[in-house]
Design a binder for this molecule. Structure first.
Ligand code: TZP
Ligand code: MG
Length: 222
């Protein structure tokens, strides 16, 4: 992911299939254990999103990032960092995910070379701009109401995915926001290549994480 070439769209689509977004504040159990169980269940990509009230900072945040990254490496699953390009580069992460309020996507692309770059987009205009600035995939949401993001945009419904596809956006897309195993199928049917989830995986009782991931994957089988 940091090599000679950008990720192919085909491989990026595979990575997006069951995308776990996770930080310590989301977890009922040890986040390392949650990630390990999610990987055992078939998670295809992990994003470290350590933010919000109670989030770790400094050395503790770095140490957790390294432990989660190590778990992902053991499983052969890419590990990307939310917002913090410096942290991603410091630990040699596989990529970065940024929102519209973060550093400009073009500037981030120059800094990270061929590592994975995801950008959150809410409109066809934002999507087109992110594509032109070098995004490898777009995060689209919130598709459904979410309790996991304080400053979330208005709920868009799966229709936003159809609109983006109709308007010619061909880049790999992942839906996010309130997605459950029951809803994953309609998100993919609307045009997403996969689903990004926090609470559907981190909010289940300890020991049920692996099955939660398996259920989400099963929900996308058409
Ligand atoms: N961006 C849009 S919604 C969201 C983020 C980070 C939170 C998704 O969490 P959940 O628990 O899967 O709704
Ligand atoms: Mg952000």
């Amino acid at each position: 992911k940091s090599g000679n070439e950008r990720v192919s769209p085909a491989l990026m689509r595979e990575y997006l299939r069951m995308y776990l977004v996770i930080g310590s504040v989301n977890c009922l159990a040890d986040p390392v254990r949650v990630v390990e169980e999610a990987l055992a269940g078939g998670a295809t990509l992990v994003q470290f999103r350590e933010k919000g009230p109670g989030a770790l900072a400094g050395e503790d945040r770095l140490a957790l990032a390294l432990r989660l990254q190590a778990a992902c490496r053991r499983a052969g699953v890419p590990f990307i960092v939310n917002d913090d390009v410096d942290l991603a580069l410091e630990i040699g992460a596989d990529g970065v995910h940024i929102g519209q309020d973060d550093e400009d996507a073009g500037a981030v692309r120059s800094r990270i070379g061929n590592r994975l770059l995801g950008v959150s987009a809410h409109t066809a205009g934002e999507a087109r701009l992110a594509v032109s600035r070098g995004a490898d995939y777009l995060g689209i949401g919130p598709i459904y109401p979410t309790a996991s993001k304080a400053d979330a945009h208005a709920v868009q419904g799966p229709a936003i995915l159809r609109e983006l596809r109709r308007s010619g956006i061909a880049l790999p897309l992942v839906g996010i926001g309130g997605i459950t195993a029951e809803r994953a199928g309609e998100v993919v049917a609307a045009g997403a290549d996969g689903v990004a989830v926090i609470s559907a995986v981190t909010g289940v009782p300890p020991g049920e994480t692996r099955d939660a991931v398996r259920r989400i994957l099963a929900g996308m089988v058409t």
